[in-house]
Structure formats: C-alpha cells, structure tokens
Write a protein that binds this ligand. Structure first.
Ligand SMILES: [Fe+2]
Length: 155
C-alpha cells in the first residue's frame, strides 16, 4: 500500500497532527450543529437565522475539507468518522426539538467563541512546528471570529 510522506516528523508532526485533527472535529461538528439548528429553529427571526446557519454550514464544511487535506498532504490521516466526532468533540450538543431563535443565537455565539478559542490555541501550538499549517488556522480563526460577531450582534 502506498503511504504518504511529508516534510514533518517526530514531535513536530505529532503536534501538527493533534492540532489538525482537533480542528477537523471542531469544524465538522460545527457544520452538524449548525444544520440541526437550521432545521429546528422557530421564532420571529426564523428566516434570517435559518439562512445564516446554512452560510455557516458551508463555511465550516469548506474549512473542514481544507484542514483534512492539509493533514493528508503531511502524511497524517484525517479522521472524520461519526464515532470519532462523538467521542472527541468539544462542542456541547444542542437540546433536541424546536429551538427558539434567541436561544439559537446565544448557543451559536457560545459555540463559535469556543471554536475560536481552540483555533487560537492551535495557532500557538503550530507556530514552531509548521508555519504553513499555522497560516491555515489563522485564516480559519478570522472567519470564525466574523461568524461569532454576526451571531453575537443579534443578541
Ligand atoms: Fe436547508
């Protein structure tokens, strides 16, 4: 079987692998949680938030793909399996059933705050081992901050 080699090895590779896998889990689960709210939101502000959530889903999926492919390019196996997500996600799951629009805004603001904080930790962690991966995290953090702002502004 072919194996993929990359420029990193040892501790540097392990650090980058942990950061990329953590980001992948965050981004895939962010897309799932945003879809859950997209489907279950109720309230006077249903329509703009329903649509806003789908924009967030698209953004999270795009970044998840970039993160996973960055891992593969470095010879690191991305793991996006549902069981892995369930075991390792740090995003607290929304309640089942309909969710009031105000609760959606508050919950999504909190979730994006957490994802943004962890993305910053990954920026720090990858500063030494791999600046190219760090650059990816910096761009993702910018988008997550923007999304967090646009939900927080509706509180
Ligand atoms: Fe939809």
């Amino acid at each position: 079987m072919a194996t993929i080699t990359g420029p990193l090895s040892g501790d540097a590779k392990n650090t980058v692998a942990e950061a990329l896998q953590g980001a992948l889990v965050d981004l895939v689960d962010l897309s799932l949680v945003a879809k859950q709210m997209h489907w279950n939101i109720v309230g006077h502000n249903f329509r703009p938030i329903h649509l806003q959530l789908d924009e967030l889903v698209a953004l999270a999926r795009e970044h998840a793909d970039t993160v996973a492919e960055r891992a593969a390019a470095l010879g690191i196996n991305p793991d996006g399996r549902s069981a892995t997500l369930g075991r390792s996600t740090k995003i607290s799951q929304p309640e089942s059933g309909w969710i009031e629009d105000g609760k959606v805004v508050a919950t999504m603001t909190d979730i994006l705050e957490g994802v943004g904080r962890r993305m910053r930790e990954r920026i720090e962690a990858t500063d030494e081992p791999d600046k190219s991966t760090q650059d990816l995290f910096i761009r993702i953090a910018q988008d997550i901050d923007k999304e967090r702002w646009m939900f927080q502004a509706q509180r």
